[in-house]
Design a protein around this ligand. Structure first.
Ligand code: BTN
Length: 256
């Protein structure tokens, strides 16, 4: 990694346009940025970012792989209002990532509840970890990995901005844009829940119309409900609403 590619505080802090990213905790390597913030006595909006994780975590116990200096690997500390449905924050963060990518690219898709896609390939994911009123919102986005540097055999084909679009944005600019949009979307959610975000989410609802499995029943994914659950019309016509916290969840039909 050459010096100028690092997202050190002297590079990133002058680009910040809001409260998120203050403080900004940078490291060249760490096990997981989630653990940097977990249990830390830091204000809302604190960000931990690293160039490389040695034990990066994805959802459902999966590993999140990276190539040093070629991704955005960050966690944001949030203190949502007491009693609020914090699991909705994966949609809030997914929307913010999609919108940040769209500042320079074509429309991004959100694969409910936490994946962000470009051209049908997963370029980013969100991981929420909550305890004692604090949510650590982890975001991993593949920026400049080449095709041969992306994980193979993932449930959804992995991509990076470079691999999908042919060029990669400046990571520092992308990070500053993401934090600005995330703060804006998060504040709106704190005030009014998902309602002000639903149209934007639905416009990017990549699963809609696709054949999925819920538990052992197949169906067609429908719109995202006002409470953030995904509606699925099962074969036979009944509608079920699936919550992102459910273990069985929704999985894509392998034949789709
Ligand atoms: C997923 O799609 O399964 C979620 C991936 C989340 C990865 C990010 S990278 C920064 C933060 N630290 C981690 O260990 N995981 C999240």
């Amino acid at each position: 990694m050459s010096r100028h590619t690092l997202l050190t505080p002297d590079v990133v802090e002058p680009l910040l346009r809001g409260g998120f990213g203050r403080p900004y905790l940078w490291s060249e390597s760490c096990p997981s940025t989630q653990d940097v913030l977990r249990g830390a006595r830091l204000p809302e909006g604190a960000v931990a970012l690293t160039e490389h994780q040695t034990a990066g975590r994805g959802r459902a116990g999966r590993v999140w792989e990276d190539v040093a200096g070629k991704a955005l690997l960050l966690s944001v500390l949030l203190r949502p209002p007491p009693g609020s449905p914090a699991q909705q924050l994966s949609l809030v963060a997914g929307l913010a990532v999609a919108e940040a990518l769209e500042e320079r690219r074509d429309a991004a898709g959100i694969k409910w509840p936490n994946d962000v896609l470009l051209a049908g390939r997963k370029v980013a994911g969100v991981l929420l970890e909550a305890s004692e009123g604090v949510v650590v919102c982890g975001i991993g986005a593949n920026v400049s990995q080449g095709e041969d540097e992306l994980p193979a055999g993932t449930p959804l084909r992995a991509g990076s901005l470079l691999a999908v679009t042919g060029n990669a944005p400046d990571r520092a600019e992308l990070l500053a844009t993401l934090l600005e949009i995330l703060e804006h979307r998060y504040r709106a959610w704190c005030r009014a829940g998902l309602a002000p975000l639903l149209d934007e989410l639905e416009a990017r609802n990549w699963l809609r119309g696709r054949r999925v499995w819920v538990g052992d029943a197949a169906g067609i994914a429908g719109p995202i409900a006002p409470d953030g659950r995904l509606s699925v019309e099962r074969d036979g016509g009944s509608i079920v609403l699936v919550g992102s916290g459910e273990v069985s969840g929704v999985r894509l039909d392998p034949d789709t």
